[in-house]
Design a protein around this ligand. Structure first.
Ligand code: GAR
Length: 217
């Protein structure tokens, strides 16, 4: 039986330059992905990702503590915005805030995050950007990489969808390693999204596994 193709209406959450989001939009524009990018939520009004959304005429919303000091008001604003866009899938693309349990509950197994290391190592609160790569270099590991995982209430601990290994070289700096890894992020994120678009995976506890070819839908 052919797999269901569910068209995803993707909302991205991002805080920074947004190169991962722009790689996803590229894949949509080239037809590699079938999804629609319905909007961007950012806590940072000065982020590159907002500029990018503007240039592509993709809706965006700046939602942060400055504008919504009350936490439940902030989370409700996020939920209302997602409803307004009819979003049915969320990708975190360099979003530096924790996702509230109310959002995780509503979008169960429908929120992906990308992390620039091989989780469960080098993850957790405050582990983002160059800090991740500095910790990797300081630890002496010979391989780092990228992890795409489902977001749960536990920071960086949700079921892993895909990982890509990236070697660490002797003369790496955190910046050089970050660049090598970012390049892989742009490939692996769209591959992970495609698995959900085509309904190819199922979450079994902590594992994300391929649906069996002949399994009934
Ligand atoms: C990416 O490297 C992403 O993996 C990382 O932030 C960067 C965002 O870059 N995310 C984390 O560290 C999450 N803990 P981008 O804005 O160019 O996509």
């Amino acid at each position: 039986m052919p797999h269901k193709h569910s068209s995803l209406r993707i909302a991205a959450f991002a805080s920074g330059r947004g190169s991962n989001f722009s790689a996803i939009v590229d894949a949509i524009e080239s037809g590699e992905l079938k999804s629609t990018a319905v909007g961007v939520i950012s806590n940072n009004p000065d982020s590159g990702v907002i500029e990018f959304a503007e240039s592509k005429e993709i809706p965006y919303a700046v939602i942060n503590k400055n504008r919504y000091p009350d936490e439940s008001e902030l989370n409700n604003k996020i939920l209302d915005t997602l409803d307004e866009w009819n979003a049915n899938f969320i990708v975190l693309a360099g979003y530096m805030k924790k996702i509230d349990p109310s959002i995780v509950r509503k979008y169960k197994n429908r929120i992906l995050n990308i992390h620039p290391a091989l989780l469960p190592s080098f993850g957790g609160n405050k582990m983002y950007g160059l800090k991740v790569h500095e910790s990797v270099l300081n630890s002496g590991v010979k391989y780092s990489g990228v992890t795409v995982h489902i977001v749960t209430d536990e920071y960086d601990k949700g079921p892993i969808v895909l990982q890509q290994v990236v070697p660490v070289y002797d003369d790496d700096t955190a910046e050089i390693l970050q660049k090598r890894i970012l390049k892989e992020e742009h490939t692996i994120y769209k591959e992970a999204i495609r698995l959900f678009e085509e309904d190819l995976v199922v979450v079994l506890g902590q594992r994300v596994v391929r649906k069996r070819e002949n399994a009934e839908d």
